[in-house]
Design a protein around this ligand. Sequence first.
Ligand code: 5GP
Ligand code: ZN
Length: 114
Amino acid sequence: MSDCVFCKIIEGIIPSSKVYENDDIVVFKDINPVAPIHVLVVPKVHIESLEALNEQNIDIVRKIHLAILQTTKLLGINEEGYRVITNCGKNGGQTVPHLHYHIIGGTKFSEKII
Ligand code: 5GP
Ligand code: ZN
């Protein structure tokens, strides 16, 4: 996807602060953090959102979750805890149409939506 900002980060066209990478996933710091730790877990394949997952591409979710576990260990938040969020579509507040999961942590969140 030539006009996708996360594809451009994956291709190295837009710089990012990477914290973890493997063959399928890249994790980099969010440019506009909302918590002391705020990173984005992004599959290298362009999938628009959670709604674009299907039987053919669902294995990426397994890889995303394994990458989350690697990342929370690397960042030292695995024991204290954290939140994982994916915004989906217009009403979900998704602004970048390339599937991604936010990991936020480094503090205790007082406010709860759910
Ligand atoms: P969404 O709103 O789609 O759930 O999340 C998109 C996230 O991507 C936002 O938190 C936003 O700050 C982040 N973001 C947008 N453009 C860039 C960028 O060029 N670099 C980085 N590192 N993060 C970005
Ligand atoms: Zn993309």
